[in-house]
Design a protein around this ligand. Structure first.
Ligand code: GTP
Ligand code: MG
Length: 306
């Protein structure tokens, strides 16, 4: 299942907002300021986000205002603006052996599940994977990750509940070298970006890993819940101030009406959206594709908006 089909329903609210206004615009003699303001309002309500909604309608203000255009022409202007806002992530490559990926995010965002899915993908590419159970707050969290390790055939390093996550990370990175692993996926406890001591705990993990190799971790990916919509931007910014994020994973796009928020995330931040979670199953993580996303956003509108 591709990104397009999986998030089609998630984008329906956004698509409907576009479609409704498009019909008005196409049926009228020419595009007026009032129409564009209505469209803007609908886009914001559909959680495209204020910023992206402004950019989309600004493009229309520049290129469509006062003109008599078909729905398709109006849509094409929006579509090319959306294409300008989004970009495909740079190709992901393992740059070292082992390549260390630290997975962080707020509680319940989908970190542990994403690690299971990633492990399965890497395994499918013939890579040997190690998982590090650095969410040591709860024994259940360690067990949950271990289940994913078994399912995906990954190596696994755990300490006792309550132990120092930094030392688990250190041990896992060291063991990965000894066991000839290609990639290490480090699970962490969920934390709010405004909890200083929890952010400090993450900083300590990074510091300790760097004692093994200054390049560790090679990647820090922030997992965000697609249901959070545009409110997530502030969260991402604060995490990014503390850690140089190299990628975003947006989960739960299968069940949200807020899929349009990816436009705002992409336009507000320079961090690539790498992966998208589209279900709970191990195979339901897909690489983010700008083209498929745009299809999901505009396809039906194109068909009926002419
Ligand atoms: N529908 C759907 N559910 C998901 C997706 N990713 C994760 N989930 C579900 O979200 C819930 C939380 O996932 P976890 O992976 O435990 O989240 P976490 O970030 O590790 O949570 P904490 O460790 O408690 O902070 C679980 O019920 C997952 O099955 C997704 O892409 N789609
Ligand atoms: Mg977890």
């Amino acid at each position: 299942m591709g990104l397009f089909s999986a998030i089609k329903s998630g984008l329906s609210k956004t698509r409907d907002a576009i479609l409704g206004e498009l019909k008005v615009i196409a049926g009228a003699g020419k595009v007026t300021d009032e129409m564009l303001e209505n469209l803007e309002e609908h886009l914001i309500k559909a959680d495209v986000g204020v910023e992206a909604a402004f950019l989309l309608t600004d493009a229309l203000r520049e290129n469509a205002l006062g003109k008599s255009l078909t729905g398709r022409e109006v849509l094409d202007i929006m579509r090319s603006e959306a294409e300008r806002l989004l970009s495909d992530p740079p190709e992901f490559k393992l740059v070292a052996k082992p390549h260390i990926i630290l997975i962080i995010g707020v509680n319940g965002a989908g970190k542990t599940t994403t690690i299971g899915k990633l492990a399965s993908r890497f395994k499918g590419e013939g890579k040997k994977v190690m998982m590090a159970a650095c969410d040591t707050f709860r024994a259940a969290a360690i067990d949950q990750l271990e289940t994913w390790a078994e399912r995906s055939g990954a190596e696994f390093v755990r300490h006792q509940e309550g132990s120092d996550p930094a030392s688990v990370a250190y041990d896992a990175c060291e063991a990965a070298g000894a066991r000839d692993c290609d990639v290490v996926l480090i699970d962490t406890a969920g934390r709010l970006h405004n909890k200083d001591h929890l952010m400090e705990e993450l900083r300590k993990m990074v510091r300790v890993m760097k004692k093994l190799d200054k390049a560790y971790p090679h990647d820090i990916w922030l997992v965000i819940d697609g249901n959070t919509g545009q409110n997530t931007i502030n969260q991402i910014k604060i995490f990014h101030q503390s850690f140089p994020l190299t990628g975003l994973v947006v989960t739960k796009l299968d069940g949200t009406a807020k899929g349009g928020s990816l436009l705002s995330i992409a336009s507000a931040l320079q961090i690539p959206i790498r992966w998208v979670g589209v279900g709970e199953r191990i195979d339901q993580l897909v690489p983010f594709s700008k083209q498929e996303y745009i299809e999901g956003l505009f396809e039906n509108a194109l068909e009926s908006g002419e």
